[in-house]
Design a protein around this ligand. Structure first.
Ligand SMILES: *Cc1c(COP(=O)(O)O)cnc(C)c1O
Length: 413
């Protein structure tokens, strides 16, 4: 019997198995056919404290009894108010305003619209966006426009808007990136959007904090808005709450999603400076920020996020992350001679399984995925790039098993 479900990033013509998951706890997924699967990629980078964390589940249950959904234009509710206050207390003080949406992609769309709206409202003709080569910012039209072009979006290319691309700051070539940014900035674009310290979907490519800092300084010198897309890097992934922290960078616009609810429910925010809010502030309705989606700031999702922030306040989450990072360094080290470019930032470890750089369409990727799936480990390589990004609560023997299975793959394939 075939299912009517059309899955994302799935070629149904290949008839690859689609496991049915019935329940999950911590880093473990349980399937309908009784398998216990280790979720080594945090269900596509969202799960931070573990699946079905009791405090987040309790907050969801409690909120579901009180208020399920509310129009958010001109109306408000307690979970959104609390969350916005808690976020402004936790994130850099310059980010005073919180705009809600429901996915990482929409948080990026919102940031881009805010940047352009900011200059339009000030009567400045600045509308170009600078992006980094190889970036990923989501699958909506705007998100694809500011992201890497390739097989993923070739069919839609006519819909994508034109951007200025600066090269990835590869080791030894950092100055070329900064020079390119400087040149772009002289043409007075509206904004630079960047994934701080690591390009995720682009292949887990890491670059140093000093480059991020230098990029921020160039933008500031030219009045170019700096948009940090921390949709993946936020919530401790790189070892600090935000990746920007490691560079001493405060962006003008900050996109957060994935781990915002601990990975339990879809929610996103775009945080903005007072200056960007102020340019939209007027008695003239035509200058308001024209954006909404039906489920903006859904109360249940906000309650889950409030519980996530409480966990960050009450528990030693960063210590847990630090322990996980050090343990992963130990477990991955023996792989170094047998893979290429083994690298790590915080809780993310990545490596290539063939010497030459493969693409996302590399034939090795699907074979690896099947190999891991047969061994009850959820890993989803990007082409021939295998990466591990576990929930922070993963048990040590499960983590060791993940690296043992990767070692086996290196030997076998
Ligand atoms: C995942 C991701 C997005 C898109 O988020 P969705 O919630 O999948 O729309 C945007 N930017 C980055 C850096 C991401 O990793």
């Amino acid at each position: 019997m075939t299912s009517p479900v059309w899955h994302p990033f799935t070629q149904h013509g290949l008839n690859e198995p689609v496991p049915l998951v019935t329940h999950a706890q911590g880093a473990i997924l349980h399937t309908a056919d009784g398998r216990r699967v280790i979720d080594a990629i945090s269900s596509w980078w969202v799960t931070t404290h573990g699946h079905c964390h009791p405090r987040i589940m309790a907050a969801i249950r409690a909120q579901a009894e009180k208020l399920d959904q509310l129009i958010f234009a001109g109306w408000t509710h307690e979970p959104a108010e609390t969350l916005a206050r808690d976020l402004t207390a936790m994130m850099p003080p310059a980010l005073t305003k919180v705009f809600f949406s429901d996915s990482g992609s929409t948080s990026v769309e919102v940031a881009l619209k805010m940047a352009l709206g900011h200059f339009a409202n000030r009567g400045e003709d600045r509308h170009r966006v600078v992006v980094m080569q190889g970036s990923y910012h989501g699958d909506t039209i705007g998100g694809m426009s500011v992201g890497a072009r390739g097989v993923f979006n070739k069919s839609y290319a006519p819909l994508l808007f034109d951007v200025d691309v600066i090269p990835f700051p590869a080791e030894g070539a950092e100055q070329a990136t900064l020079d390119a940014l400087e040149a772009c900035c002289r043409a007075r674009p509206a904004a630079l959007i960047v994934e701080p310290l690591i390009l995720g979907a682009g292949g887990m490519l890491i670059y140093p904090p000093r480059v991020l800092r230098a990029m921020r300084e160039i933008c500031a010198a030219h009045g170019v808005l700096f948009i940090a897309d921390e949709v993946m890097t936020g919530w401790g992934r790189t070892g600090t709450l935000l990746a920007c922290e490691q560079a001493g960078v405060v962006p003008d616009l900050l996109c957060l999603s994935k781990g915002l609810t601990g990975g339990s429910l879809p929610l996103a925010v775009t945080m903005a400076t007072e200056e960007i809010f102020a340019s939209h502030l007027s008695e003239d309705r035509s200058r308001m920020f024209f954006h909404s989606s039906s489920y903006t700031a859904n109360p249940i999702a906000c309650a889950a996020a409030v519980a996530n922030l409480a966990l960050w306040r009450d528990e030693p989450v960063l210590e847990r992350i630090d322990r996980l990072a050090r343990r992963q360094a130990e477990l991955s080290a023996p792989l170094a001679p047998r893979v290429s470019n083994l690298r790590q930032i915080g809780t993310i470890v990545a490596m290539e399984l063939e010497d030459r750089a493969g693409s996302y369409m590399s034939a090795l990727g699907p074979r690896l995925m099947a190999f891991f799936r047969e061994r009850d480990v959820l890993l989803r390589p990007l082409g021939n790039t295998v990466y591990v990004m576990p929930p922070y609560s993963i048990a040590d023997d499960d983590l060791a098993r993940v690296y043992a299975v990767i070692a086996e793959a290196v030997e076998t394939l």
